[in-house]
Design a protein around this ligand. Structure first.
Ligand SMILES: *Cc1c(COP(=O)(O)O)cnc(C)c1O
Length: 471
């Protein structure tokens, strides 16, 4: 075991390793090229009986582990959504793990609870969220949405289903484009996946509120109980923004819990020019967004805002004898605000990031990514045969290669599958895809913390090279 008195000496090689990693990150192939089992086969089948040195461990980190890493902090990581980090966030994680606090209740580390409360207020104000919402940090948007649906379930059943089990007649509504975490949550919380109603979207992939209302009426007619609607602000496939205020009016009319999933796009609310996305939010019941996606705070850190925290607490509180404290009721005991009892001190990294960047620094970074996306879209359309598949939005765009004007997706898709495969195999950039109107389209996100214009130029060069080779 390493001696904590020698922390500085023991950490020097690790600090050097991280320093080198971050300096050279753009040189790595973005996406790992290993095959299934490659890494597993290189790791001994049993733990060592005797102590090994840090030098040996770091050597294997470099030689065994690194080849199997896809570099999410690589500036040419344009796949999925980013899971971006920052130096501030990494440093805060050092401190968090050194302190190693279990922050289940206020009593187990008052600073963790009170800093979390303040950070939620800072973000709420910075994003233009109404003061009527309280916030709590969850591990992921999936957990936050599960928490929202469990609370909605309790509200819809008069707080009986925790006790007696879930009736089979509750209904949840979302669009066909909603993230898979909602389907998972509906199953896990006992409402049942067959009670999830997927509402059709318009051409811009946004939920159609008229169809939502029709579905609700049809369900009421059948004696079913509408329990929750999930609106997406920035869907995962195409960053579509559901019409929140129309959806909110419908939820109000039928008294249905409205949960808003802004996991990725929520960060853009720091920019006042994007606040239109949450027009009507004061009528919503809960809202989630992930600083661990596009707010430079490394995984995991998901912010859950809820309008009536009493309903949340009533749903999740437990009170075993050993957790009874005299401060109860005067403070936030966050174990009552979600599923797990144990909690990491996640507020600390938000505090580091918000202070070190400053709100202006954060806004400038977001604006720069949006500008780079506009630049990318202008340039990519100059490549013969490249078409944008949707209007670009925020730092997202999607495009396809259609050199001879094919109109049948079946005829064009193999070509675009080929383009994507070749781009990713070359290793200099990493993109993923989505389907739009049957077409296989390439999806480009410019949200990595360290991305600059020359990286976008590199992506453009790569696309030109690959397309030229396929003409
Ligand atoms: C990424 C994403 C999620 C899931 O986020 P996790 O934090 O990984 O659970 C949910 N909804 C949307 C819209 C997303 O983009």
């Amino acid at each position: 075991m390493l001696d904590p008195k020698n922390f500085k000496k023991a950490s020097d090689p690790i600090i050097d390793w991280i320093d080198n990693y971050l300096k050279n990150i753009a040189e790595y192939p973005v996406k790992s090229k290993v095959k299934p089992g490659d890494i597993y086969g290189q790791i001994p089948s049993e733990a060592p009986e005797e102590s090994e040195t840090m030098e040996e461990i770091i050597k294997d980190l470099e030689e065994v582990i690194l080849p199997g890493i896809s570099h999410w902090q690589h500036p040419n990581f344009h796949a999925y959504f980013p899971a971006n980090s920052s130096v501030e966030s990494v440093l805060a994680e050092f401190v968090t793990s050194a302190i190693g606090a279990q922050c289940m209740i206020w009593d187990t580390s008052p600073s963790a609870a009170e800093l979390e409360q303040r950070m939620m207020e800072w973000l709420r104000a910075a994003m233009g969220m109404p003061d009527s919402f309280d916030g709590v940090i969850q591990d992921s948007a999936s957990s936050a949405s599960l928490v929202a649906l469990i609370t909605a379930r309790e509200v819809a059943t008069g707080f009986k289903s925790n006790e007696e089990g879930v009736p089979g007649n509750l209904r949840v509504y979302c669009s066909t484009e909603t993230h898979s975490s909602i389907e998972k949550a509906v199953g896990v919380c006992g409402i049942g996946k067959r009670n999830l109603v997927k509402v059709e979207v318009d051409k811009q992939m946004r939920m159609n509120p008229a169809i939502l209302e029709r579905q609700i009426l049809a369900d009421l007619e059948k004696g079913l109980v509408p329990c929750a609607v999930v609106a997406a602000i920035g869907t995962t496939g195409t960053v579509a923004v559901d019409p929140l205020s129309e959806i909110a009016d419908i939820c109000k009319k039928f008294d249905i819990w409205l949960h808003v999933d802004a996991a990725f796009a929520g960060s853009a609310l720091l920019l006042p020019e994007y606040r239109w996305m949450i027009e009507g939010i004061e009528q919503a019941d809960s809202f989630v967004f992930n600083p661990h996606k596009w707010l430079f705070t490394n995984f995991d850190c998901s912010v859950y805002f809820v309008k009536n925290a009493r309903l949340l607490i009533k749903t999740f509180e437990i009170l075993p004898e050993y957790l009874k404290t005299s401060s109860r009721g005067m403070v936030n005991d966050y174990r009552d605000w979600g599923v797990p009892l144990g909690r990491r001190f996640r507020a600390l990294k938000l505090w580091f990031v918000l202070r070190s960047f400053g709100l202006r620094g954060l806004r400038e970074k977001l604006q720069e990514h949006i500008r780079l996306n506009e630049y990318f879209c202008t340039e990519v359309q100059k490549i013969p045969g490249i078409e944008l598949a949707l209007e670009p939005f925020l730092n997202f765009s999607c495009f396809k290669f259609n050199p001879d004007g094919r109109e049948d997706p079946e005829k064009l898709n193999p070509l675009n599958e080929q383009v994507l495969k070749m781009l990713n195999e070359r290793g200099r950039i990493f993109l993923t895809h989505t389907r739009i109107g049957g077409f296989h389209t390439l999806r480009m996100i410019i949200g990595q913390t360290y991305v600059e214009q020359h990286h976008v130029d590199l992506a453009l060069e790569e696309i030109i090279t690959v397309c030229d080779g396929l003409r």
